[in-house]
Ligand binder design. Structure first.
Ligand SMILES: [Zn+2]
Ligand SMILES: [Zn+2]
Length: 93
């Protein structure tokens, strides 16, 4: 006999093994948004990949971090510069 567990969103009992009932699961998937918190504000962008919206995912791919505040950008720059094998000037962001 399957045990019924209340949905964490609406409290409706369901015999589904997940923590949410079907409608809530579906709704949640539809409402899935970017998980990035920037300047203590949660990004409202539509989810694209890796729990990030398109914008943040691009940044993540490019900089290794979805955040581009100055400190992070600088850290990423230093990390990148350390790996560069060049005699040319490296321009910080
Ligand atoms: Zn529910
Ligand atoms: Zn985002």
């Amino acid at each position: 006999m399957p045990s019924e567990t209340p949905c964490v969103d609406c409290g409706e009992l369901s015999d589904k093994r997940s923590e949410r009932c079907m409608p809530c699961e579906y709704k949640r998937r539809q409402e899935r948004t970017c998980q990035v918190i920037e300047d203590s504000v949660r990004c409202a962008g539509a989810h694209k990949s890796n729990n990030m919206c398109g914008k943040h995912y691009q940044r993540f791919r490019k900089h290794g971090s979805p955040l581009t505040n100055v400190r992070d950008a600088h850290r990423a720059f230093v990390r990148r510069a350390a790996w560069m094998d060049t005699d040319e000037c490296v321009i910080p962001p």
